[in-house]
Design a protein around this ligand. Structure first.
Ligand code: SAH
Length: 346
């Protein structure tokens, strides 16, 4: 049975029309779920009994549960137990401009990036829309504060769970839903070309971030399996088309791995690749994990890389480091909880 938090307002309107009821009921229900935050349908005072009975028959109302909270000054990390006992994680980051949450889109991930902890634990399943929506609802309820921006950069490849992720974005973006502006929502992908094309046709003004992490095919093949399917040249061309079509600036993410991809020659090669595009590069200091051998680049190397891009007229920023003390790097909290060999069997 579909969970009520998986349903977009448009789908709920269609549901009511089909039941010969007025479609504005969808708005009333969205108000209970997302404005009054009332999960108990018994308390929906302006909804009549027969409608409630239909809803209870047709939808599930249960939510996942936060079972662990780790925090440092600016970051909190949550381990969330889903209704089938699987675990995911979400991270809250406090910025001077507001709270942002990094949500997971899958249980595990199949993309197999060499440096990433999430990929060590293979994908078990996609998250349902409600399991993403509830990451926001549960955190807001716990911290009693509003979340002003969302990054889909947690565990999983969002474009490998396209429909559920798009519905998630529609619900959190809906003015009657959680009402987070599209410009405050960022989707990060390792580069699934057909899905990036599909995304460019949607009338959603969200931000797109591409995990590039390498300046040529040889290097990217070593770091990211996905490059063997969708290579860097085709990916860059796809991003160019995306920018043309949407008129939106795209973020290029580049994780700084010591002596792997952080040389000046790589910076120059990257600048050539991105020349003239409406993008900016976000350099990400690598978050070291216990299980993988990669090391983070030195501060000096990151700055040299940064300067080289700047000199070559590429917009570039260095990402502020969050949560390295509380295992906030992708997949680390979940991987403490779940043994890789048991989770990869399915
Ligand atoms: N699958 C999507 C989104 C999840 S990963 C994607 O690939 O974009 C979010 C980002 O974190 C990606 O850029 C990923 O490459 C990066 N990442 C993974 N492990 C990391 C680590 N240990 N330190 C820093 N960034 C990491």
């Amino acid at each position: 049975m579909k969970n009520i938090y998986s349903v977009t307002k448009e789908d709920l309107e269609a549901y009511f029309l089909e039941k010969n009821e007025k479609k504005f009921k969808a708005i009333q229900i969205f108000e209970w779920l997302y404005q009054k935050r009332e999960n108990n349908i018994e308390n929906w005072s302006n909804i009549k009994k027969e409608t409630k009975e239909k809803l209870i028959q047709d939808f599930a109302f249960d939510m996942p549960e936060i079972i662990k909270r780790e925090q440092d000054q600016l970051t909190e990390k949550y381990l969330i137990k889903l209704n089938d006992q699987e675990h995911i994680e979400a991270v809250l980051m406090r910025h001077d401009y507001g709270n942002s949450v990094c949500v997971s889109s899958q249980v595990g991930c199949n993309m197999g990036c060499a440096f990433c902890e999430s990929g060590r634990l293979k994908k078990i399943r996609n998250l349902e829309t409600y399991e993403m929506v509830c990451q926001i609802l549960l955190i807001e309820e716990l911290i009693k504060e509003r979340i002003s921006s969302v990054v889909i950069m947690g565990i999983g490849e969002p474009l490998d769970n396209y429909d559920n992720v798009i519905n998630f974005i529609k619900i959190i973006n809906d003015a009657k839903g959680i009402a987070i502006g599209a410009r405050h929502i960022t989707l990060s992908t390792c580069g699934l070309i057909p899905k990036i094309k599909e995304l460019s046709n949607l009338p959603l003004q969200i931000n797109l971030a591409i995990s590039l992490h390498a300046s040529n095919n040889e290097l990217r093949n070593q770091l990211m399996n996905v490059n063997k399917m969708y290579n860097i040249v085709d990916l860059i061309n796809t991003i160019k088309d995306y920018i043309d079509k949407t008129n939106r600036r795209v973020t290029i993410e580049y994780v700084m791995l010591n002596n792997i991809n952080d040389g000046i020659a790589n910076a120059k090669e990257l600048a050539d690749l991105l020349k003239g595009m409406n993008i900016y590069v976000n350099l990400i200091p690598y978050n070291e994990t216990n299980h993988l051998e990669f090391k983070k680049s030195t501060k000096e190397q990151i700055l040299k890389f940064y300067d080289t891009l700047k000199k070559n007229k590429i917009n570039v920023t260095i990402r502020k480091e969050f949560g390295s003390k509380i295992s906030a790097a992708c997949g680390q909290l979940r991987s403490k909880e779940v043994k890789p060999d048991t989770s990869s069997k399915k």
